[in-house]
Design a protein around this ligand. Structure first.
Ligand code: 2P0
Length: 329
């Protein structure tokens, strides 16, 4: 019998970054992280378990992507085992934003995949269980199961079962905005996973990154609890720069930025010094994400849109977690 369902999940950006793995096989992160889920950056995914299929299939943004099947099938295998079936699946996923360019398409993609597949199989899993399974596909996907402000726990159990995300604060309690300055639309040269492994192996700053991370998490939790934008800006920018410093100090160096990335960072720092509540963060790609209060949004957008080298601006508020539904197939 054919079993099908669909899901929508949103991308997220981390304010305190995940960089490094404690267990590559189970994809357990070496550190926790704190993120916000973005309303406008979405993956819509349909999963059809079909007895006629001999292998899993993946179509991403209209293109067959056999290269993505290892991680997709790994997530599907966990769900198939829970459901007690071996049926292969066709996965069709679409992102409404550039894939693989540092906009966390794997976060929304794997959260949507796991949500759709679990629903198709009739598995009644808790959001925490879905988060643990989504993590196997992509560490940041564990966070996209939830909306608003989200904390990912690295955990320390050998089986990875305490390595999951959970909500910290609903988005409506502190409705920040995000202005993404897209500085390049190509797929990034070094995927996050390899970048993390390379940093852990060769960066002299990786140990300091691990050692100072728990303090950063505590400061960020406190800033969110008290809605203290200046404190949030200080810790989020510090965590971002520390992650990139660890990557840049790897041998050979891992530089995810381009010139426009740096110019946008400088512009955002200027804007904050002039009194605008805005902070920057950058992930494993050259895009710059400005996080600001709703009243600062227009000024931030105009300033970043005017930067030479910015090719697109994406604006979004904070979004909800995973949504699943039946589909016609
Ligand atoms: C983050 N990033 O916390 C960090 C900051 C990128 C830079 O989580 O290997 O694609 O699939 O677990 O989730 C991107 O890493 O890595 C990421 P895998 P993922 O948002």
């Amino acid at each position: 019998m054919i079993k099908a369902a669909a899901a929508r999940a949103r991308s997220n950006i981390a304010l305190v970054k995940y960089w490094g793995k404690a267990n590559g096989t189970l994809n357990v992160p070496a550190v926790g992280s704190i993120s916000i889920t973005l309303d406008a950056l979405r993956s819509d995914t349909e999963v059809v378990f079909d007895p006629a299929l001999e292998t899993d299939e993946l179509v991403l943004d209209g293109e067959p992507r056999p290269d993505g099947l290892v991680r997709v099938s790994a997530c599907l295998d966990i769900l198939r085992e829970l459901a007690g079936i071996g049926t292969r699946a066709a996965v069709v996923s679409r992102n409404n934003f550039p894939t693989g360019a540092g906009l966390a398409s794997s976060a929304s993609g794997f959260a949507a995949l796991v949500g759709a597949a679990a629903r198709a199989l009739g598995l009644e899993l808790s959001p925490r269980e879905l988060s643990i399974i989504a993590r196997r596909g992509s560490g940041s996907a564990a966070r996209s199961i939830f909306g608003g402000f989200v904390e990912m726990h690295a955990g320390n159990a050998r089986d990875g079962l305490d390595s999951y995300a959970e909500p910290l604060l609903p988005g409506k309690e502190w409705p920040l905005h995000v202005v993404v300055a897209v500085t390049s639309t190509g797929e990034k040269a070094v995927a996050s996973g390899s970048g993390m492994r390379h940093s852990a192996r060769s960066s002299p700053y990786y140990a300091a990154w691990l050692q100072t991370h728990p303090g950063d998490m505590a400061l960020c939790r406190q800033a969110i609890r008290t809605r203290d934008f200046d404190a949030l800006a200080e810790i989020a920018e510090a965590s971002c720069l520390k992650m990139h410093a660890a990557a840049m100090a790897a041998v050979p160096a891992l530089i995810y930025w381009n010139g426009t990335t740096v110019e946008c960072i400088n512009r955002i720092r200027q804007l904050r010094m002039s009194g605008l509540p805005v902070l920057f963060t950058v992930d494993a790609g050259p895009q710059v994400k400005a996080v600001c209060t709703p009243d600062a949004r227009a000024a931030v957008r105009d300033a970043l849109a005017a930067m030479p080298g910015v090719v697109e601006i994406i604006e979004t508020g904070l979004g909800p977690g995973l949504e699943t539904h039946e589909c016609a197939s």
